[in-house]
Design a protein around this ligand. Sequence first.
Ligand code: PDD
Length: 284
Amino acid sequence: MYQQVYLNGEYQAAEQACVPVMDRGFMFGDGVYEVIPVYAGRPFRLQQHMQRLQNSLDAIGINNPLSQSDWEHIFSTLFAHNCDTPDAYIYLQVTRGVMQRREHNYNADLIPTVLVMCHSHHYALTDSKTAGIKAITVEDNRWADCYIKSINLLPNVLRKQQAMNQEATEAILIREGYAVEGSASNLFIVKDDVIRTPPKSRYMLGGITRDLIIELCHDNKVVMGEKEISEDELHDADEIWMTSSTKEIMPVTELNQHKVGRGVPGPKWNQVQKIFQAYKQKLQ
Ligand code: PDD
């Protein structure tokens, strides 16, 4: 079975799908994207992901090229064709489209380029999660509009690679003395049994997983708050977690080569992880 992608109205084999070199996504990283988990064949928190897509498109002045039902039809078609597992994730990207010449400024009438892919995915429940991951801290050198889910990910790519080169999995980004998020994930800490995550701001991507964890904590009376996390507080945390659509809730057991807490996933992570998994099951 070959992998199919959706590109501008057509389903094509992934290896054959091409965009023109003058596409502004290729030239300038001028576009936005979404990553949506699929559990038991169903996109998870779809409405929230589509709302964030709309927010990103609005922020950079691209009209949403498809209706909600068009998007959903593409997702289910790709899932049915590509995935022989119940769990997967959808990647979609919308760029501003193709121009005649390379110019920074753009015409308002360009036709956006739409790419959608769907891949089988194994949401690790044991291995890396029960062992925990290693993380490093790095300076956040991104721009100031990180709430836009832009395809322009060069700083994130370089920071993530820096972490990998140091045998860690994630880089925690520090802006002016405060831990903001990971290179591809949001950040939570636990101190004295209280869970904390930084409040949303333009300097971070408002994660859908993050929002769900906050919601589930409130519903289950697990104490948590949204408050800035200084670099010192990060180093002093009893637990650190990184969250994202593809990684769910990852406990960090080593930060800059020092143990976090006892160096194993902590009790709060265990508690919230169970609540999260139970919520997923309930929807299936
Ligand atoms: N990244 N912050 C950044 C910078 C991210 O890139 C991501 C996700 C998150 C978590 O958001 P969510 O919970 O909505 O997935 C936070 C995706 C998974 C990616 O780029 O592949």
